[in-house]
Design a protein around this ligand. Sequence first.
Ligand SMILES: NC(=O)c1ccc[n+]([C@@H]2O[C@H](COP(=O)([O-])OP(=O)(O)OC[C@H]3O[C@@H](n4cnc5c(N)ncnc54)[C@H](O)[C@@H]3O)[C@@H](O)[C@H]2O)c1
Length: 237
Amino acid sequence: MQFPEFENKVVLVTGATGNIGTALCKGFDRNSAIVYQTDIRETDRPHFIPGDISDQSFIAGLVERIMNEQGHIDVLVNNAGICPRTPFFDIRLDEWQKVLSVNLTSMFLLSQACMNVMLAQQSGSIISLASLAGQVGGIAVGAHYSATKAAIECMTKTLARNGAQANVRANAVAPGIIDSALTDQATPGQRENFTKTIPLGRLGRVDEVAGPVLFLASDLASYITGFTVDINGGLRM
Ligand SMILES: NC(=O)c1ccc[n+]([C@@H]2O[C@H](COP(=O)([O-])OP(=O)(O)OC[C@H]3O[C@@H](n4cnc5c(N)ncnc54)[C@H](O)[C@@H]3O)[C@@H](O)[C@H]2O)c1
């Protein structure tokens, strides 16, 4: 799908070397955006800046560097995340705090930093990766993971309220079960059970997550803010 309005737009994608992150970067790149990518796992892609998104000083340096190089940030995609499947009663405080830090605090800090830039520009779009797990309490994932994903939907509304006066939009997508490294951790039995419960009869593809994110980032969605798009094959409707 072509979204020609990304020409000369600067897009920042976190978790860029992951399954969905790679599809997002390809999608924006194909539509002529200047795509800055960051992840804790390194790659030699252009405009790639490695680092830990839960580190506040890394976030400050990341935004400063993009501003020095480009002078604007038009789209932020908060995609980085970790998904431990630790059973509820086995979650220890350090693991709880790590998941909150990587999945949620990073989204808050990076959105705050980019929102400052976008408010001054009087334009911008922030899209964050929530999850079906955040809506239903998690099926096979940890309580910390699903809690962060629920909070991302709420934080998205806060961002939308704070950005609206300056034409800065914030939305989220909530993927269901996507064929990716996260779902590879499921047993074959679990995958079969998932598939049976999905009305469209299959797991989602990473490009089926990237498409709605590109739509929300684009001017085609210029009157949509504070909203979460479900991408779950009808699993929750
Ligand atoms: N795959 C699914 O079924 C699914 C469903 C719902 C939501 N999501 C969400 O989509 C997003 C992407 O998921 P994915 O399936 O591509 O997972 P993935 O594991 O392939 O990608 C996540 C990326 O985040 C990076 N990352 C982890 N910790 C980091 C840190 N501290 N600093 C910087 N980068 C870090 C990882 O290195 C990885 O490249 C996540 O937020 C996930 O919660 C995925």
